[in-house]
Write a protein that binds this ligand. Sequence first.
Ligand code: 5RP
Length: 256
Amino acid sequence: MKNRLSKVISPKTGKTVMLAVDHGYFQGPTTGLKELKKAIEPLIPHADCLFITRGMLRNCVDAQTKIPIFLRVSGGPSVLKEDLSDEHITTSMEEALRLNAVGVGMSIFVGGENESRTIANLGELVNEAEPSNMPVLAITAVGKEMARDARYLGLACRMAAEQGAHIVKTYYCENFKDIVKSCPVPIVIAGGKKIDEKDALQMARSAIDDGAVGVDMGRNIFQSDSPVGMIKAVNAVVHENASVDEAYQIYEKEKK
Ligand code: 5RP
């Protein structure tokens, strides 16, 4: 378990830049990931880990790659559904081990129609993962009607940790420190919808300052006008303690 986790969370900095490219599992060919192989190739050297589904791993990632793989193992409803919480575990632990994954991840939908089942799915996934020492990452998915505040996200993160998740992915929000305080496992933040590059770097900076161990970021990297610039800049914030201005300069230089 420790060995797998150390492949993702750098033992040197205690931090991680995970590159999330799993969006197609319910969104289909997401903007920026239409040609996934082409999109991720230049980004891989700058990421600590890829968060991806088994199908895209099989088809779009070179088997000889050195990048550690965190597998998205849940799915079900598409973006066409009103309620996205109707998820199941779709990829087995045997498959994750066969694919040499360093971890598996799934979403929980606290407050969603199928809240209870997604929490049970998480418990079950942890049960299956423990004998193989496979880290489990729980994603606190946010329904359209849920407030992205510390009270709600704190509830969801804590529930994930209580079920035995080894890492939690959530969103950055005001009073993020309170979420970190009440969740005893490492937290990474998702970037969410594409925002201005400087704002995204500020979000990463604030999350790290408030106790996150890193990011599992997607759209704010691969939908940027300079994806390589953005991942380099995020890397500098996460691993080198760069300020927002320093990181923004890295992005701008790469963009030019
Ligand atoms: C999609 C996910 C993504 O991995 C997660 O949201 C991170 O990506 P982004 O930074 O684009 O939000 O879980 O369901």
